[in-house]
Design a protein around this ligand. Structure first.
Ligand code: NAP
Length: 249
């Protein structure tokens, strides 16, 4: 098993990619903590993993709240004794050009998608140092690599995650803490349900995808698995693009 004896904390793990990552990581031997604002859904994933031979704990977590992050890390250490892997996965998607984006919307997106990632890393790094190292995986997006015609705050937040990742990688390499970003293209989850149904979005984003299909949460989860495992022990500050070739053209 690729994550034997590892302990992982996954934000936004109650559904979508986070939930799929939690299940895959548990199957690969990790003990998993999922933190989310969605308590009912989170507890369902917790039960599912525990009933199928894995070990999982759900903790309530709003990633914009520093105290809740500290409590989530404390709960992880209390239950499983250490922390090796953090997936900063929680996020929200908002569309709108610059003039259509309100100041409040900008703040909300930046708070969850960018500040949430910073607070997660800040809370996890001392525990990882204590464990002799660790792997932080930050969910950016292809919207953090190239400009987007359909979103403003979202792209800005994901661009922030991209460079925050590299700074973290450089700052904590000597502690054995690696930090990498993942840049998915369009992945079929609740987040993209409405967008996928929109014909303009489909023409801009889906039709020109060289591999000619939508991404599935598993496509991203397997990338996260590689970055979480010791197989990637020489990889830090890197960007893993999982987009069916969309940004290659
Ligand atoms: P998802 O299905 O909407 O799941 C995200 C989870 O995070 C949900 O449970 C959500 O709860 C939760 N969340 C939202 N705000 C939170 C907060 N403040 N604190 C804790 N949890 C919170 O999304 P996904 O598609 O799996 O996306 C996962 C990550 O990948 C996100 O960072 C996203 O930006 C990124 N990404 C997604 C795509 C894509 O095409 N799906 C592409 C590129 C990057 P609510 O449902 O209540 O909001």
């Amino acid at each position: 098993m690729r994550l034997q004896n590892k302990v992982a904390l996954i934000s936004g793990g109650a559904k979508g990619m986070g939930a799929v990552e939690a299940k895959l990581f548990a199957k690969e031997g990790a003990k998993v903590v999922i933190g989310d604002v969605l308590e009912t859904e989170g507890k369902q994933i917790e039960a599912e993993i525990n009933e199928t031979g894995g070990e999982c704990l759900f903790v309530p977590l709003d990633v914009t709240d520093e105290n809740q992050w500290n409590e989530a890390v404390a709960a992880t250490l209390g239950r499983f004794g250490k922390l090796d892997i953090l997936i900063n996965n929680a996020g929200i998607f908002r569309t709108g050009a610059v003039e259509e984006t309100s100041s409040a919307e900008w703040d909300q997106v930046m708070d969850i998608n960018a500040k949430g990632v910073f607070l997660g890393a800040k809370a996890a790094i001392p525990a990882m140092r204590e464990a002799g190292g660790g792997s932080i995986i930050n969910l950016s997006s292809v919207a953090g690599l190239v400009g987007a015609a359909y979103s403003t705050a979202y792209s800005a937040s994901k661009g922030a995650v991209r460079l925050f990742t590299k700074s973290t990688a450089i700052q904590y390499a000597t502690d054995g803490v690696r930090c990498n970003s993942i840049h998915p293209g369009v992945i079929q989850t609740d987040m993209t349900k409405e967008a996928i149904a929109d014909s303009q979005f489909k023409a801009q984003r889906l039709d020109p995808t060289p591999l000619a299909r939508l991404g599935q949460p598993e496509d991203v989860a397997y990338g996260a698995l590689y970055l979480a495992s010791d197989e990637s022990s020489f990889v830090t500050g890197a960007e893993l693009v999982i987009d069916g070739g969309w940004t290659a053209q």
